[in-house]
Ligand binder design. Structure first.
Ligand SMILES: [Zn+2]
Length: 328
């Protein structure tokens, strides 16, 4: 009896949102997914559009993402125009009014972040792919991971007041985990501030212990993705391989960069795992710089299976490259 089976299916479909009480969340990046999992626990189900091995500036707006978004209760983005090239396509394609920009189901977690590199004056195409609202790569500072968790907990608590205390407790536990990974001991806000300004003595363990000996050292990066990370650990940017933001390295720019790197001591070149080796290898051959290929999102490599594991990978790889450059 086809009529009957159709009505059974309809009953199941209609009842599904009531039975499964999960808040259905789609995030733009795998880091946001990892943090949502930590904060939302059993109360949410979450998918990410970018998988951690892709460049989040350039995601193809596939129909499968739009289908995923059609049923979402909440869409979460990094913002500051990181997703500018594809977000509006997948949102419009989803035809889900709940999650459009300006709706309650659209969350931009950059709202509580201290932005760096907000351009002053007019921006033109000639400047490359400049992010006009400031540098969006803020998730690479673990302190901002704590802030993202708090923003997500507040939003989930407002959507689902019954479980608000769970979300707040999970975000607090997540923050404590980051504190422990950073300092090896429980920490508070003031320790993060002292660490940022270089006043905190090296702790015995944690990311601060690994990176404190390298404060003030120079690094070159591929894209200008590492501003927040470098600032957090007191490292100094000595330029990028890209000739302008988002514009592939040109031979002329690389030549100038190699010259300036040979004039000053730049021990480390940080490259996101999904970037080509070509320009980094060339620069390494001409300067002797150590190239570190790091995940820059969760799942960017096999060991980076959570947000905290991703930061841990980056810190360990960069610290190891500095240490080995000292032996040269
Ligand atoms: Zn960028």
């Amino acid at each position: 009896m086809p009529g009957r089976s159709i009505s059974i299916i309809l009953v199941i479909l209609c009842a599904a949102p009531l039975l499964g009480k999960d808040i259905r969340i789609v995030t733009t990046t795998s880091d946001l997914k990892s943090i949502v999992e930590a904060v939302g626990g059993d109360h949410v189900s979450v998918n990410s559009i970018a998988n951690g091995k892709q460049d989040p500036h350039f995601i193809e707006a596939r129909p499968s993402y739009m289908i995923q978004l059609r049923k979402a209760d909440l869409f979460i983005r990094i913002g500051l125009e990181l997703e500018r090239g594809w977000e509006s396509l997948v949102l419009e394609g989803s035809r889900n009014r709940k999650i459009q920009i300006g709706s309650a189901g659209h969350l931009d977690v950059s709202s509580n972040i201290e932005r760096l590199e907000v351009p002053v004056g007019e921006i033109s195409r000639a400047m490359g792919d400049v992010h006009p609202l400031g540098n969006p790569h803020y998730w690479l500072d673990p302190y901002n991971g704590r802030k993202i968790a708090l923003t997500i907990a507040n939003t989930l608590g407002a959507m689902d007041p019954e479980n608000a205390a769970d979300y707040a407790a999970n975000a607090a536990a997540f923050s404590r985990q980051i504190d422990m990974a950073m300092f090896g001991i429980p920490a508070d806000e003031s320790m993060w501030q002292q660490q940022l300004s270089g006043e905190l003595v090296p702790t015995e363990a944690g990311w601060h212990a690994l990176m404190a000996p390298h404060r003030g050292k120079k690094v070159v990066t591929y894209h200008r993705s590492w501003t927040y990370f470098l600032r957090r650990f007191g490292l100094v940017s000595a330029g990028e391989l890209e000739s302008k933001p988002g514009i592939a390295p040109s031979p002329g720019h690389l030549k100038d960069l190699i010259e300036s790197m040979n004039d000053s001591d730049v021990p480390v070149l940080i490259v996101a795992s999904f970037k080509s080796n070509k320009a980094p290898d060339l620069v390494a051959t001409k300067t002797g710089v150590k190239v570190v290929k790091v995940p820059y999102s969760t799942h960017g490599n096999a060991a980076a299976d959570t947000y905290i594991a991703m930061i841990d990978q980056v810190v360990r790889q960069v610290a190891a490259a500095f240490n080995s450059s000292e032996g040269d």
